[in-house]
Design a protein around this ligand. Structure first.
Ligand code: G6P
Length: 610
């Protein structure tokens, strides 16, 4: 989950590397470092513990490092504590080979033992130092930089995006990836390397997505690609359609707030991706009506918020299309031995690189099941490996806590459910049209909710000292609660739990104390009374209760501290509206508590390790 960058061109490399790393800090931010080939032919390495700013200050924004070829890294620690010593780049003893790495070398202990037997010493606890010294070992053996990297790839187990510089090849950056993302950009003779597009968008929109086990050689004037046999191979240049501003804060204090406000646009764009001439057209997704009509069941897998979007999709799809749907955590699915029956497996992922989701996808394919990816990042591993891809149109999401990508996933899920229902004849054409009209009006309803954000801000300021916050609901409201609770805990660091309202009394209600805040999400007309009864049970134990409810629906008068209204929509889509006040509540609490909203402690946005 670290971020890597590389540059070779006519500019001074260090400022370009720092700039790129600043766009990748969402991937990890406990330490950072850069290495630049200096004009005297040596390699300068500077590393610092803490945020990128510490590194940037140490090299005066990059001015202190001279040279036009370099690599950089921002770290999310896996092997070894965050420290200057463990920070990347790592180098061999002679400082003639340096490398940065994202991923995990699973057999690093065995490789380290082998290298120690060959006389190598180690200064850090990282698997990356082992990787670097393994490259060094093969370079000394074969005297060929490409062969050293291909031998490395043959010897190593795990995932990696690795960038290497050799002192002997002063105008070149070599790179290879396996199951960790890496893209390469080119523009007028300059070459850029990064874990993700936003890092280089300022400089170029011409991008290569590096294939698994493909070696890239970046030089002034262009990039060449090789397979592990060192035969040159072709790679397709792709033009990125979003611009650099999409990855900037655009006047908002935090990326999260900007991304929350982008949700009306994101919902519209995701809807329009498949809504053509008044109906849902999945030709771009590649899914035929035949598959949807005869599929025996659906299994949805994902991690974190993507899993939560899958939960909503389960309720909505079963209700509308009458297809059996199971939703599972990708980390569990991959190690289970499920009984399969020709299901369609749907993998939901913003990044398209989450290690567990990718492994779940591969395991489904091995079982002979058809797979559909609902993915945000173009060209990501999950998108490339799935049989069919529905691209959510959230654009680059930078804040670690997802908001707009989750909203886009919900809309993709609704559209798939409606399409399934219409193909299978479980809803009338009239109701199908009503649902599509409703989806069309969701963006303006989200926009209306955002207009009233000050109400949530005020409530957040009144409740900022709470130690525990519960969210309860039934049906899709329960699925909405799980996401609301995750949002709150990940950025405010307040303890929070989400419960199916009826389940609370089976144990967890013992945690309710005087003043505990309990939110009820009440958007499902048939279930409101039931959930309100559960909320009253918490009130009897001293809880302060608040409700998120559809406007115009009369709630029993039980003394809610606050009621936040959401506009009316079809019952299947209410999560898209209920999510907004919960996102804002988490956001404002995080701000009020002085936290780093966009980069919460211990987290990373793209979890490319198990
Ligand atoms: C991380 C992020 C979450 C995200 C999850 C799955 O934990 O912090 O926000 O929901 O990974 O990521 P994906 O990219 O697969 O949607």
């Amino acid at each position: 989950m670290c971020g890597i960058v590389g540059y070779i061109g006519k500019k001074q490399a260090a400022p370009v590397l720092l700039d790129g790393l600043s766009k990748l800090e969402y991937r990890g931010y406990d330490s950072a470092g850069v290495a630049v080939l200096n004009p005297a032919g040596g390699i300068d390495i500077v590393k610092a513990k803490g945020r990128l700013k510490v590194l940037s200050d140490a090299i005066d924004g990059g001015k202190k490092l001279k040279g036009t070829c370099g690599i950089g890294h921002t770290r999310w620690a896996t092997h070894g504590e965050p420290s200057e010593n463990n920070a990347h780049p790592h180098c061999n003893d002679e400082k003639t080979i340096v490398a940065v790495h994202n991923g995990i070398i699973e057999n690093y202990a065995e490789l380290k033992a082998k290298l120690i037997r060959r006389g190598y010493g180690f200064y850090s606890q990282t698997d990356t130092e082992v990787a670097t010294k393994l490259v060094d070992y093969y370079y000394k053996k074969y005297n060929d930089p490409l062969q050293a990297i291909s031998q490395f790839a043959l010897r190593v187990r795990g995932s990696y995006a690795l960038a290497v510089m050799y002192k002997d090849f002063p105008e070149t950056v070599f790179a290879i990836r396996k199951d960790s993302p890496m893209i390469i950009g080119v523009e007028k003779g300059e070459s850029f390397l990064a874990s993700d597009v936003p890092a280089i968008l300022k400089y170029t929109k011409n991008v290569y997505y590096v294939d698994n086990l493909q070696i890239a050689k970046l030089e002034i004037g262009g990039v060449k690609f090789y397979n592990l046999d060192r035969d040159e191979v072709k790679n397709e240049l792709v033009e990125i359609t979003w611009d650099a501003e999409a990855a900037e804060k655009g006047g908002y204090e935090h990326f999260m707030l900007k991304e929350i406000h982008e949700q009306p646009r994101v919902i519209t764009d995701t809807f329009n991706y498949v809504y053509k001439n008044g109906e849902i057209d999945f030709s771009e997704v590649g899914l035929s009506d035949g598959i949807l009509k005869y599929v025996k069941g659906i299994v949805i897998v994902g991690c974190g918020s993507a899993y939560h979007a899958g939960m909503v999709m389960q309720y909505v799809t079963e209700d509308l299309a009458r297809v059996p749907v199971r939703v599972e955590l990708a980390s569990e699915y991959r190690y289970r031995n499920p009984v399969t029956n020709g299901e369609l497996v749907i993998v939901i992922s913003q990044s398209g690189e989450t290690a567990d989701s990718l492994a779940a996808l591969r395991s489904a394919k091995e079982k002979g099941l058809k797979t559909l990816a609902i993915v945000n990042v173009l060209g990501s591993s999950i998108a490339r490996e799935a049989d069919f891809v529905f691209y959510t149109k959230a654009g680059p999401e930078i804040s670690v806590a997802t908001t707009k990508a989750y909203s886009a996933q919900l809309v993709a899920g609704y559209l798939l459910a409606i399409k399934l229902a219409s193909v299978r004849g479980t809803i009338t054409q009239d109701y199908c049209k009503t649902l599509l009209d409703e989806l069309c009006s969701l963006p303006e309803k989200v926009a209306a909710l955002l207009e009233n954000k000050h109400l949530i801000q005020k409530f957040a300021s009144e409740t900022m000292d709470k130690k525990d916050v519960f969210f309860v609901g039934r049906g899709t409201d329960y699925a909405a609660c799980i996401e609301g609770s995750l949002k709150l805990k990940e950025i405010s660091y307040i303890h929070s739990e989400a419960y199916a309202a009826g389940e609370l009394k089976h144990g967890t209600i013992s945690l309710i104390e005087n003043g505990t805040l309990v939110f009820g999400v009440l958007t499902q007309p048939d279930l409101i009374e039931k959930t309100v009864s559960n909320l009253v049970e918490t009130q009897s134990r001293g809880a302060l209760t608040a409700a998120i409810a559809t406007e115009g629906v009369k709630l029993p008068d039980v003394g809610f501290e606050k009621v936040f209204s959401i506009p009316h929509t079809d019952v299947h889509f209410t999560t898209s509206l209920a999510a907004i006040p919960m996102q804002l509540f988490a956001y404002y609490l995080s701000v009020l508590r002085g936290n780093d909203v966009d980069k919460p402690r211990n987290l990373a946005k793209s979890v490319t390790v198990e």
